[in-house]
Write a new protein. Structure first.
Length: 98
C-alpha cells in the first residue's frame, strides 16, 4: 500500500483516481486502472458505492444512501461497504478528495 492510500481514512472524503475509467456493463460496473493496466468488475452494490463516491459523496454517505435504495440489513450493508472501501483503497483506486 502506498502512502497516499494509507492517508485515506474511513471518514475522509474520497474520489476515484483520475487514471481509473469506469463504464456500466449490464448490471455491473467495469473499472479500468490505466497506470496498472488492470480491470475490475464491480457487482451492483460495489457499483452503486463507486458511483456515489464519483459523484462527490464522502465515504459514509454511500452507505446511508444505499440503505434507502436496497432492502438489506443495515449491519450487512455496513460490512459490505467497508469491504468495498478496503478493496478500493488497497487497489489504489481512490484518492483523497481535496
Amino acid at each position: 500500500m502506498n502512502s497516499r492510500s494509507q492517508a485515506l481514512n474511513k471518514n475522509q472524503p474520497a474520489k476515484p483516481k483520475p487514471d481509473v475509467l469506469f463504464r456500466r456493463l449490464g448490471d455491473d460496473l467495469v473499472l479500468f486502472q490505466l497506470k496498472r493496466d488492470r480491470f475490475y468488475e464491480l457487482n451492483t452494490t460495489a457499483a452503486r458505492f463507486w458511483k456515489l463516491l464519483a459523484a462527490g459523496n464522502d465515504v459514509d454517505d454511500p452507505g446511508r444512501r444505499m440503505l434507502d435504495e436496497f432492502a438489506v440489513d443495515p449491519h450487512q450493508l455496513m460490512s459490505e461497504t467497508e469491504t468495498i472501501l478496503h478493496m478500493q483503497r488497497r487497489e489504489g483506486l481512490l484518492t483523497p478528495n481535496e
